[in-house]
Design a protein around this ligand. Structure first.
Ligand SMILES: *Cc1c(COP(=O)(O)O)cnc(C)c1O
Length: 398
């Protein structure tokens, strides 16, 4: 693995290859990153070709490149190509996995306080409609997940461990590898929401030991909106019920029976946006070319710098906790609501976002937070941009 730092010159080259960096100081990478120009061109050119030559004809021409997206995604997370399904977003991926599980009344799901709203609703819905229970393993006072508490909560009723690796509205992380060891030791299904992780931090499904993993394209992967994928480990694919079935999810159909495909594409439907899939592949290739380990080093460096500077501004409180922190930096400004801060920064062409309580409800309620300002850094951000953000915040506070 190449763990050399991304140098100044390389950053300038990477920025030059992303038009948006010249327009905006973009710190909303956890919302949607700026895509590289090559990703945008890939999508547009494919659509133009579809319009000029026909959708099916274009698909036939690009068959190999479209198929290659599965190889690239598999490489990104150290999976097999047959374990990848393309879907429109992480919520679909998570729901397909979760709703595929054959829950019985009384089954228990163990989860974290960091779950995204989709996942929380999924758990609540299964509780209501299927009679499952779920138990939230709360982080300790330092913001760290307790592996001891998780292991102590396991019983013969535990059907699934479902965790979010990197939460939407906090800078801490959940120890997915260590949780995976516990899940495997007890033979419990393990579902990971890696929506904010892919493209930010190296993700290795074999190391994590998860059975299912859900990812979106537009966040740290820098892919177009409306892309995502689901990983399902080969050995558990047959255990999951299918929510959607069409002619392409079936390997064969007769007048009185059908057989499903023997790979993860059984979780897809035939009709999909092929231009976007090609764009996702290009974005993954782009990240792999730079090296996700190098991306991760740079993100940690920039996020550390930003947290440090914010902590030194009177009137700003940084909320991130835990020993392991990522590129999502969350804070509040004394006497000002998050939306106002976001709007004032927006006037200076600085993009940040507002994290509302509902996104990560259990965590936010526990900390009595109704909203936070989220400045999420990516590798293409610079020290100068961080300085500009902090200087602007100081002016706002005056
Ligand atoms: C954004 C987000 C999701 C949902 O992703 P979509 O692609 O919008 O469905 C899930 N989990 C986490 C942690 C997220 O931040």
């Amino acid at each position: 693995m190449d763990s050399t730092l991304i140098g100044e010159q390389e950053i300038q080259q990477l920025r030059a290859a992303t038009k948006g960096t010249a327009q905006k100081v973009h710190f909303n990478n956890a919302g949607a990153s700026l895509p590289p120009d090559v990703v945008v061109d890939t999508v547009i050119n494919y659509l133009l070709e579809e319009a000029a030559c026909g959708g099916y004809e274009t698909e036939a021409k690009y068959k190999q490149q479209l198929d290659n997206t599965y190889d690239l995604v598999a490489r990104l997370i150290n999976a097999e190509k047959e374990e990848i399904a393309m879907v429109e977003n992480a919520s679909t991926a998570w729901m397909l996995a979760f709703n595929g599980i054959d829950f019985k009344p009384g089954d228990v799901v163990l989860t974290t306080e960091m779950e995204y709203v989709t996942n929380l609703i999924g758990l609540l819905n299964a509780k209501k409609t299927l009679g499952i229970e779920f138990k939230v393993i709360l982080n300790d006072e330092y913001g760290n997940f307790s592996l001891e508490a998780l292991e102590a909560a396991i019983s013969p009723k535990t059907k699934l461990i479902a965790v979010t690796h990197i939460p939407s509205t906090a800078g801490g992380m959940i120890p997915v590898v260590e949780i995976g060891q516990i899940a495997r030791k007890h033979g419990i299904l393990y579902l990971v929401d890696a929506c904010q992780s892919a493209g930010q931090i190296p993700v290795d499904v074999k190391e994590i030991g998860c059975d299912m993993l859900a990812v979106t394209g537009r966040k740290y992967l820098r892919a177009p909106r409306g892309t995502g994928f689901l990983f399902v480990r080969k050995a558990v694919q047959d255990q999951l019920k299918l929510t959607f079935i069409d002619g392409s999810t079936a390997a064969s159909v007769s007048e009185d029976d059908f057989k499903v495909r023997d790979d993860a594409r059984r979780f897809e439907l035939y009709e999909k946006n092929r231009a976007l899939i090609l764009g996702l592949g290009k974005a993954v290739e782009y990240a792999l070319d730079i090296g996700v380990d190098r991306i991760w080093l740079r993100i940690q460096y920039l996020a550390g710098l930003l947290r440090n500077q914010l902590e030194n501004i009177e009137g700003i409180t940084v909320h991130d906790a835990g020993d392991q922190q990522c590129g999502i930096v969350t804070f509040s400004v004394k006497g000002m609501d998050s939306a106002t801060v976001k709007n004032l920064l927006g006037e200076k062409q600085i993009n940040v976002s507002v994290g509302k309580a509902v996104s990560t409800l259990i965590y936010m309620n526990k900390h009595h937070l109704t909203s936070i300002v989220r400045a999420s850094v990516h590798y293409y951000n610079t020290e100068e941009e961080i300085e500009f953000l902090c200087d602007t915040l100081k002016t706002i506070l005056k």
